[in-house]
Design a protein around this ligand. Structure first.
Ligand code: DAH
Length: 360
């Protein structure tokens, strides 16, 4: 029995020496997982089927019956001791692994959320939408149409004859197959009347193109808004009333409009229209200085207008003896530049956020 006991004690001593590093273990989460594997290996080696302890258990039946009970209890107490110590560190290490995982996945729910940065509308869009709202409230619909046109829509139907300077290729962009990039939104007058017939009340905002060299007041692509009203009995008084009304709504009740005789091929008679400066209220002076937007004149020139030419009505099959109408058109860049004190309209197309973000 002495000999068998010694075998068990040797097995325990072997375990003790290997287990030493796990006594009083101060683990951090990083190596806990590796240590757990070591403990599992230790368990197999010292308590598993092929361990010295397992061998010792087989000896229980071989010791003399009178000491068999005592030896059996001894082996069991050693095994219980090993298993308890292994279970102890294992629990410790498993807890460390789990804590480390929780720590790594921790979210601070009190942190403020990431704010999605809101864009801002382009100044041209802001001005266009304000004007659209005014016209919609006056019973107009908004008409959209193509930017690439045939000469027929860009010129002929608008009573701009062959040989007219506007048709020159120095002024208009042409595609290689002979289409024109529309040089004015007036093309939509024709398209809209063809589509909807008369009576009609529309405005048509959109891009137009001209072969201009960019400078402070010119860019080769810009925006216009076209207006068209055709019905029975429409007169120049309706034109003046309409233009005056929308400018009052945009720039204030005290806004005054002025019409000057002019020439456009698609209107007869034709007039350019100005409105009293919204900065100096028509006085031309601002704090004793010359007012800038109107250059001291008190007036701001805005666009062209007139009574729709009979040839334009005929081009869309409308009888000019029965129907009459007015039309007008103006540029948005100039308006935006005036309203926001932009001194160079090229800024509107450079996509510089430092510029664009100012219009939120
Ligand atoms: N299409 C003209 C231009 O681009 C503006 C214009 C003038 C439009 C008179 C009209 C109008 O509808 O009647 O300069």
């Amino acid at each position: 029995m002495i000999e068998e006991r010694a075998t068990v004690e040797a097995a325990k001593a072997a375990f003790d020496s290997e287990f030493e590093k796990f006594e009083d273990l101060a683990v951090n989460g990083d190596d806990a997982a590796a240590l757990l594997n070591e403990v599992a290996a230790l368990r197999v080696r010292h308590t598993g089927k092929k361990s010295s302890l397992a061998e010792a258990k087989k000896l229980i039946g071989k010791v003399p019956p009178e000491s068999r009970g005592e030896f059996g209890q001894f082996v069991q107490s050693v095994e219980k001791d090993l298993v308890e110590r292994l279970d102890g560190v294992e629990a410790l290490l498993a807890a460390a692994v789990s804590n480390a995982k929780t720590e790594a996945e921790r979210v601070d729910v009190t942190l403020p959320g990431r704010r999605v940065k809101r864009g801002t509308l382009h100044p041209i869009t802001i001005v266009r939408q304000r004007i659209e709202e005014i016209f919609v409230s006056m019973g107009y619909s908004i008409e959209d149409d193509r930017e690439i046109e045939t000469d027929y829509y860009n010129f002929d139907a608008l009573n701009i004859p062959e040989g007219h300077p506007a048709r020159e290729s120095q002024d208009t962009f042409y595609t290689t197959d002979g289409f024109a990039l529309r040089s004015q939104t007036s093309t939509v007058q024709i398209r809209a009347m063809e589509r909807r017939g008369v009576p009609i009340r529309i405005i048509a905002p959109g891009k137009v193109f001209r072969r201009d060299t960019p400078d402070m007041t010119h860019v080769p692509m810009f925006h216009q808004i076209e207006g068209l009203c055709v019905d029975k009995g429409i007169t120049m008084a309706h034109l003046k009333g309409t233009v005056t009304e929308w400018l009052k709504r945009l720039f204030g009740e005290d806004t005054v409009t002025r019409f000057r005789p002019s020439y456009f091929p698609f209107t007869e008679p034709s007039a350019e229209f100005d409105f009293s400066c919204f900065k100096c209220h028509g006085t031309g002076k601002l704090e004793g200085e010359r007012c800038r937007p109107c250059k001291g004149s008190g007036w701001i020139e805005l666009g062209g207008s007139g009574m729709v030419h009979p040839n334009v009505l005929k081009a869309v099959g409308v009888d000019p003896k029965v129907y009459s109408g007015f039309a007008f058109g103006f540029g948005l860049e100039r308006m935006a530049a005036l309203m926001y004190s932009i001194d160079d309209i090229r800024h509107l197309f450079e996509n510089d956020l430092r510029f664009l973000e100012q219009f939120g």
